[in-house]
Every structure is written in C-alpha cells, then in structure tokens.
Ligand binder design. Structure first.
Ligand code: PLP
Length: 399
C-alpha cells in the first residue's frame, strides 16, 4: 500500500463511513483483483453485482476502446442516433418479455428508479407510490423515499422531508396487497430482495402482486438492478417467476462494468414522457455511447457463451460446499447471489477481517449484518469455486 496515496485518499476523497476497507487496487482480471504488491483477492462482491462478465473481459475492453476512439459524448440523451445505444436497446427489447420494448437509458440504478416513478405518476395521473419493507432502491431523494420501513427509517429520518404519499407494505405478504388501491400510481418491488439479505419471493406472491396491480390500474415496477443481467439464473429474474411488470429498472451489470442504468416499458407507456410537458425527463450523460458499447458487448458475451445457463448450477456448488460448516446457520440464495447466515454480527465482522487477510473480498447486506455475501462474477469456473470454497471454509474454521 502506498502510504501517501492512502493519506491523500482519506484527506481528499469523500468518505461514506468511518472505516473504509483501504485496499489499494492495481489491476483486476476475471474473478480476481490484485494489490500493487500482487496479492490476489477473490472478488465475491463484483462491485455489488456489477462485474457479471468478469473483470477485464476482453470483449468489453475492446468495445470500450473502439467506441472511445470513434466518439464519446456528443449531445444530451435522446437527440442523436447513436449506434451502440440503438443496438443495445434493441437487444434488451428482444430479451425482455413483451411489451417491454422501449428503453430509457440513464447513468445509475437510483436514476432508473427516479425515472420509473415519474413515468408511473405521469401515466396514471395518480400520486401514491408503494414499496416493500426492507427494500433498497438507491440513495437519491425519490429512491430513498421508497426505502422500505422500518429498516430504512434510520436513513430516511436523517433526510426528511422526503416524497409525500409513499408507503411500504410487507414483501411476501399477500394480505398487504389490499393496501394497493385505485389511488395507487405504482408498486415498486425487487423480485428477489437483495439488501434485505437475499429474500426470494414466496410461491405465488409476485403473481398475486401482478394481479392486484392490474385490478386497480396501478403500474407494477420491478427493480432488477441487482438481479438483472443473469445473476438470478435467468437473464431477468422476472423470467424465473413468469411475471411481467409494466416497467423494469436495470443498472449495475447492465453496463458491463461501466456506469449505466435504464428503465424499460412499453412504447405506449413510455411515450407519455414526450409531451405535457415536453422534456419532462432529461439527462445529459444517460446512455453514454461508451457505456452502451460496453453493455452491449457484455450482454452479447453472456448470450453467446451461454453464461447465464450455468449460473444456477454454480450457485448450487457454493451452497452445497458450505451448508454443512458448523458456523453456517442457513444459506439464502438466488442463482449466484448467496447470503451465508452466521447468526451474529460480531462473528461476521471478525470473518470480514479474516477474509481480507486470506485474500477474499466479501461484504454484508445493508439490512442484514449477520450474513456474508457471495456474488462473484458469473464467469467463475468450477475450479475457482472449489478453491474459493476451501478458502472460505478455512476462514470459517478460524472463527
Ligand atoms: N436497487 C437495488 C436493488 C440495488 O441493489 C441498488 C444498489 O445497491 C440500487 C437500486 C441503487 O443503484 P445505484 O447505486 O446505481 O444508484
């Protein structure tokens, strides 16, 4: 670690917590990143479910280099015909179920959520917006307003007033669906809750949610920012559960490692953003050609190499290899996103230090600090899984 760089980081780069991890990164490849001294770390976070196609993926690097040389930013979003943007939108539309065929590109997950909420209000002419308890949708004012109570209250209270006319119902609770009424503009829901500590939907819940939204004319918005682009074992988690929302939010892995977000709806719904008022939702950098080129290359890589088809099997490999360790109380999983439950935050914090010593980067979850995250690049090989699991077990033995 370069001491001067470390000091300058602490002095000049804005901090988000009193205890940053402070590992200096020199380069990254596949499922590893390396310090300047050459120490490798298994990346079990993937920049929080971003690097699905692996670090330094040659197809993505080549696409970025080519596009950067051709042209970068030209004009605000939605005015010029830029090939990487058009081709990526078309590929996404083809992969998503009908009628989700019109893509609004932005820069991040929170921005995708903001756009989707505005679209739902504008389309329905209603104001009430419902989210799920223990949901995380981003850190901007609108997205934070949809942070699910009660766990989100600590964050929300520090920044009130937030958006009015919002409320949170219980995920996986069909009884609460009656709180969705003809006043409701939209319901925002992660098909698999990520930061709650990986909570998959109970059988029938998403179907019942879809039915209730349709009955009362509320738009259903899925936040697939963490699960989309293959993490769940399908390209989109909605396909796993056979439920199509009216709007879907994407980000994280969407840009293949570059910053990119999007919300996708039918052309009929999306077109309401073009009038009354015109320019009702605009962005300078959204859909940046280099980010779209990277995202397009990443999605093509996933599809051409049938990466997603192998995700469930790899997830099972991790689960089966860890489930019998005496420190492991439970494992919750969707595809290659696992929450390994230790039942104690003290143990978890100790384990994080041991992981760092042994060359593993993991993390806990925003609303669950008793479980650690396994969210590797989806391209992790079977040999790497076996080796990584052995290392994890060695760390767990030290607890
Ligand atoms: N939605 C979900 C489900 C997320 O996990 C996240 C980030 O962790 C976001 C939204 C926010 O995305 P971003 O950090 O790009 O704004």
């Amino acid at each position: 670690m370069n001491e001067i760089l470390r000091k300058q980081f602490l002095r000049h780069v804005a901090q988000t917590s009193p205890a940053p991890q402070l590992i200096e990164v020199a380069r990254a490849e596949g499922v590893f990143f390396y310090t300047p001294e050459g120490k490798p770390y298994y990346d079990l976070v993937s920049g929080v479910s971003v690097n699905n196609v692996g670090h330094g993926n040659p197809a993505v690097v080549e696409a970025v280099q080519r596009q950067a040389a051709d042209y970068m930013h030209i004009m605000v979003y939605g005015e010029m015909v830029e090939r990487p943007q058009v081709e990526f939108a078309r590929r996404l539309a083809k992969a998503l179920p009908e009628p989700l065929d019109t893509v609004y590109f932005l820069n991040s997950g929170a921005e995708a959520v903001e756009g989707a909420l505005k679209l739902a209000k504008r389309y329905t002419g209603r104001t009430e917006m419902i989210s799920m308890r223990r949901a995380y949708h981003g850190s901007t004012h609108g997205a934070m307003s949809m942070m699910g109570a009660p766990e989100g209250e600590e964050w929300k209270n520090a920044f009130r007033p937030l958006l009015p006319d919002t409320k949170a119902i219980r995920f996986n609770c069909e009884e609460d669906l009656m709180q969705i009424t003809p006043r409701t503009a939209c319901v925002l829901c992660e098909p698999v809750q990520g930061e709650a500590g990986v909570i998959p939907p109970k059988e029938g819940f998403l179907q019942a949610l879809r039915k209730r939204c349709t009955e009362v004319g509320a738009l259903l918005i899925f936040d697939e920012i963490q699960m989309g682009m293959g993490r769940s074992g399908e390209m989109f988690a909605m396909q796993k559960y056979g439920v199509t929302p009216d709007i879907v939010c994407l980000a994280k892995a969407l840009g293949g490692g570059m910053p990119l977000g999007a919300f996708v709806a039918s052309q009929e719904i999306m077109s309401t953003l073009t009038h009354n008022p015109v320019l009702g939702h605009i962005t300078t950098f959204g859909g940046h050609p280099v980010c779209c080129a990277a995202g397009l290359a990443a999605m093509r890589f996933l599809q051409e190499n049938r990466v997603v088809e192998d995700v469930e099997r790899k997830g099972v490999m991790f689960e089966q290899a860890l489930t019998d360790h005496p420190q492991v109380q439970a494992i919750r999983r969707s595809g290659l996103l696992l929450a390994v439950e230790l039942g104690s935050s003290d143990k978890l914090y100790r384990l994080m230090d041991i992981f760092i010593e042994e060359g593993i980067l993991s993390d806990w979850f925003l609303y669950c600090d008793t479980a650690f995250r396994i969210s590797p690049p989806l391209v992790i090989t079977d040999d790497e899984i076996r080796d990584c699991v052995e290392l994890i077990r060695k760390c767990l033995d030290r607890l």
